[in-house]
Design a protein around this ligand. Structure first.
Ligand code: F3S
Length: 375
């Protein structure tokens, strides 16, 4: 990989943080055949729950001696920063989580604590980014037309500090070409379609749906695809910004069914994977209007940013007995471990709850989840 004089200097820097970050980017670039480093507009760091990072990770973060060079946002942490005890978490965990966040804040990262950073600062078409968090990566590439590979928490952090990323993969237009056409027949739940297809698809899919998907449905589709497979980008005919730039591939899959069987009775209904948008919260509020108090626990997850813009509506939901948490989610927080079975409207949560939180999970549409909670 070609490095400029300035980049060579950073690689040999006396500051071990800078030298290490450069080493990480150069190693990545060499593995993936990058020709050079390119400047990025923003970085997004995942894996910051104390549950995930542990004591070793925390010590490493505390020893970082550099500031980020570009806007850097953070994925959800392990708890709502203010209401962690309502989530059933103990003070020891809360203290450690705060230490992780302070370390990240001291290098200049914004405490956004959301997997939907694009609701706060929306990148522009064509921007190069270094984002971790597979659901945000797939949304940025597919729905916005920005360019990012699926970074790890560490490589996103290295890019944040250097302000650059190796140029390979989805940063290059020719690598964004669709490999397979997926025709979706009938009105299937997009999250389930993504869940079912993620591990069947090799390369970038281009979807053809019978109807136009909402922005939230595109978000759900991508998150699920990326959770069961390695997908980091998709196109949708007539919808996403780059679908016209390529020929429709010959290889074709037809999907007319996307269901999973229920095998447990939920004791928690958890919505907000990826974090709920304002529209999704408005939609949920409309649905629950017709019900009394829920018979099962209902937890919603969103970003602080969306929460603060919907203060009154959220008070109404809380008045009904629904908890709306910020800064965290049902998958990264250990709070869900005390439940037996969690019902979700997200293929991504359905994939990761059993793997990471060791709880059973069942799937339903938003309507079905809320019906199960209230009836
Ligand atoms: Fe976001 Fe947590 Fe789902 S980070 S995409 S809500 S697993």
């Amino acid at each position: 990989m070609d490095l400029s004089r300035e980049e060579e200097r950073l690689l040999e820097s006396d500051n071990p943080t800078i030298a290490k970050c450069m080493e990480i980017l150069v190693a990545l670039g060499e593995i993936f055949g990058a020709d050079r480093l390119i400047p990025i507009k923003s970085a997004h760091i995942s894996g910051i729950s104390y549950k995930n990072i542990g004591e070793e990770g925390l010590e490493w973060l505390k020893n970082l001696n550099a500031k980020v060079r570009v806007r850097t946002t953070l994925n959800p942490a392990g708890m709502d920063l203010e209401r962690w005890n309502e989530m059933g978490l103990d003070e020891g965990f809360a203290r450690k989580q705060i230490e992780v966040l302070k370390a990240l804040e001291s290098i200049g990262a914004e405490l956004t604590l959301t997997c939907t950073p694009y609701y706060i600062h929306r990148p522009s078409f064509g921007d190069h980014l270094a984002w971790a968090e597979s659901s945000a990566v797939v949304y940025a590439n597919s729905v916005i037309g920005a360019r990012t590979n699926r970074e790890s928490g560490i490589s996103a952090l290295a890019s944040a500090i250097i302000g650059k990323t190796p140029r390979y993969g989805l940063h290059i237009k020719e690598n964004r070409v669709p490999a397979v056409l997926v025709k979706v027949k009938g009105d299937l739940n997009p999250s389930m379609v993504g869940y079912k297809l993620g591990n069947e698809i090799d390369g970038i899919p281009i979807f053809k749906f019978d109807r136009k998907l909402s922005d939230d449905e595109l978000k759900q589709l991508g998150a699920s695809l990326a959770s069961t497979g390695n997908v980091a980008m998709f196109h949708v005919v007539d919808q996403t910004p780059e679908w016209r730039d390529f020929e429709i591939p010959r290889e074709k899959i037809e999907v007319d069914k996307a269901e999973v069987e229920d095998d447990c009775e939920p004791d928690l209904i958890a919505l907000g994977c990826p974090h709920l948008s304002a529209n999704e919260i408005i939609e949920i509020a409309k649905i629950v209007e017709k019900y009394g108090k829920p018979k099962k626990r209902v937890w919603l997850f969103t970003s602080r940013h969306v929460y603060e813009n919907l203060d009154n509506l959220i008070k109404r939901l809380e008045g009904k007995g629904i908890k709306v948490f910020r800064d965290t989610c049902m998958v990264v927080s250990p709070a869900t471990e005390r439940f037996e079975c969690v019902m979700v409207n997200s293929g991504k949560a359905l994939t990761y709850l059993p793997k990471l939180r060791k709880v059973k999970a069942v799937f339903g549409s938003t309507n079905e989840c809320l019906r199960r909670a209230f009836e």
